[in-house]
Design a protein around this ligand. Structure first.
Ligand code: NAD
Length: 257
């Protein structure tokens, strides 16, 4: 980066950090891009998971109900290999905003990887569910995802004790969002002084509608390596890696103490 660009970027970071320091409530909308620095690919980038058409078509609600073996073949390939993953500096900086700087931080994530909770964030609404559990669609008994992993490793279907195949607690294509989680996400975004979007292309609905349902006087910050359709509405846009920007922002906030 040229010297002038570095200076402009630094000034923008300082201005944005001032606003974060003043804010009481910060809503953070995160997407797959926040976890790429933890080694998990995103969906829509050129090397993203969604480039495999068969995988996209198989990880749907209808495929689960009509061809569960194909569903689990691709589901396991796409999602169950994420073992030993760790939060990266972006997740850690967001947790520090809460625990070190005393902000009320509400994380609304489209991710299913559980990395925000692993980093220590307390208020996390997982819009698209999680990879920790699976539930029987017939009797609603819930299982740890370990049961699913073990069954698939033994080349068996992950069966509930009632005999039905259990379904991961992930919101698949054609699945509705959990209404309680969605309401929580709406309320958190409407209450926030700052809405910070990190690593999301803001193309997935209804998650992206949270951006224009925010309070009129709130500050909108977009941090994503690629342009998003909401950039023109944002008060601050950073087209850099999430880990670098959020760590730097946190250290500027600390200096402003
Ligand atoms: P997306 O794939 O549509 O967009 C991710 C965005 O992040 C891209 O615009 C990309 O340019 C940007 N990005 C990549 N690396 C970045 C970095 N280091 N710093 C900043 N930005 C970066 O993701 P989305 O909008 O979140 O799509 C939503 C869907 O993806 C959700 O349904 C979610 O469940 C699913 N998903 C989740 C995970 C996960 O849990 N980690 C991974 C893949 C996909």
């Amino acid at each position: 980066m040229g010297e002038v660009i570095v200076l402009v970027m630094e000034r923008k970071l300082v201005e944005c950090a001032k606003i974060l320091r003043k804010a009481e409530k910060i809503a953070v909308l995160t997407g797959a891009g926040i976890s790429t620095e933890s080694g998990i690919p995103d969906f829509r980038s050129p090397n993203g998971l969604w480039q495999k058409r068969e995988a996209r078509e198989a990880t749907t609600r209808s495929c689960f109900f009509y061809d569960v073996d194909t569903f689990y073949h691709y589901f396991a390939q796409l999602f169950l290999g994420w073992t030993g993953i760790k939060p990266n500096p972006a997740h850690i900086a967001l947790a520090a905003l809460e625990h070190e700087l005393g902000k009320l931080v509400f994380i609304v994530t489209q991710n299913i990887d559980g990395l925000h909770q692993m980093a220590g964030s307390t208020n996390v609404a997982e819009l698209h569910g999680n990879l920790r559990t699976a539930t029987c669609p017939k009797c609603q008994k819930q299982y740890d995802m370990i049961m699913v992993r073990e069954a698939l490793a033994a080349k068996q279907q992950p069966l509930c004790e009632c005999g039905r195949v259990v379904k991961p607690d992930v919101v698949l294509f054609e699945d509705p969002l959990d209404p309680y989680t969605w309401r929580q996400a709406q309320v958190w975004t409407m209450k926030a002084d700052v809405v910070l979007c990190v690593g999301t292309s803001l193309t997935v609905s209804p998650a992206n509608t949270l951006v224009y349902n925010r309070r009129n006087d709130s500050t909108l910050v977009i941090l994503n390596t690629e342009p998003t359709r909401y950039d023109s509405q944002a008060d601050f846009v950073f087209r850099e890696k999430a880990g670098e920007v959020l760590s730097r922002m946190l250290s500027i906030c600390r200096q402003q103490e």
